[in-house]
Design a protein around this ligand. Structure first.
Ligand code: PEP
Length: 260
């Protein structure tokens, strides 16, 4: 069955972040299953993000099936004495096309800073990788009324070197930390409000045209039963999905969202 989304200004992007789950063989088998389930679903970009060890197998499994492969992180240098790190060129060499940058788990568990995020976004763009830059507030920040301040700071730091012509080659993911892996999804209205704010910030920093071409995703407990109402919001251009991207049936339903 062919399913098209109606006149959206930006192609929806549905990305699954597998975090530290799935061996290479499990990832390839998942992609086989997913590809069969989403055959005929058009008008959206489908991305899966395995751990580093699963990237090569995922690229092989995804070839020719309309599924792209993302890394979950990248370092900004091209090469050198950086034990444990992976460069942008190493990713593109494998056929990886996107990279998640500044996920809240990287920021909170591994101490990544806004400056690290900026360097990674810049390096990814320079190497032709589509960065999916994550931003989002904690529960305490939301309760203290600081959501917009936090988002503005993360965007200003992360994108300070963004050229307006790069805007269409990147995505921002709004991931309120209180909604990640908690089952507490932001309401579509809260997600739209924050994402609308992000787009206005981008317009101020990089111009209207750039802001209109950046895809802004929502992430945080996205599931088959809430995807359609999220995707019905005018500024939500896609989703970054954790838990529900680990099972082919639930991720396929999210990919096949039905919203205007
Ligand atoms: C994520 O890790 O980016 C995420 C949104 O996770 P979950 O969907 O499980 O909340």
């Amino acid at each position: 069955m062919e399913r098209h989304s109606s006149a959206r200004p930006r192609i929806p992007l549905i990305a699954g972040n597998w975090k530290m789950y799935k061996t290479s063989a499990e990832g390839a088998a998942f992609i086989d299953d997913l590809a069969a389930r989403v055959r005929g679903v058009t008008g959206r970009d489908i991305v899966v993000a395995p751990p580093f060890t699963g990237l090569a197998g995922a690229v092989r499994a995804a070839a020719g099936r309309g599924i792209q492969v993302a890394a979950q992180d990248v370092y900004w240098e091209d090469e050198g004495a950086f034990t444990g790190e992976v460069s942008p060129g190493m990713l593109t060499d494998l056929g990886v096309t996107c990279v998640i940058i500044g996920h809240s788990e990287r920021r909170q568990i591994f101490g990544e800073t806004d400056e690290d995020v900026r360097k990674k976004v810049h390096a990814a763009l320079h190497h032709g990788l589509l960065p999916i830059m994550c931003v989002g507030e904690t529960e305490a920040e939301r309760e203290a009324g600081q959501t917009e301040e936090v988002l503005a700071r993360q965007l200003a730091h992360g994108l300070v070197t963004l050229q307006s012509e790069d805007a269409g080659r990147m995505a921002v993911a709004y991931e309120p930390i209180w909604a990640i892996g908690t089952g507490k999804t932001a309401t579509p209205e809260i997600a739209q409000q924050a994402i609308g704010f992000i787009r206005r910030q981008l317009a101020e920093g990089a111009g209207e045209a750039a802001a209109e071409s950046v895809r802004i995703l929502y992430g945080g407990s996205v599931r088959p039963d809430n995807i359609d109402e999220l995707m019905a919001q005018p500024d939500i251009d896609g989703v970054l999905v954790g838990g529900a991207s680990l099972k082919a049936d639930s991720f396929a339903r999210i990919v096949a969202f039905e919203a205007g």
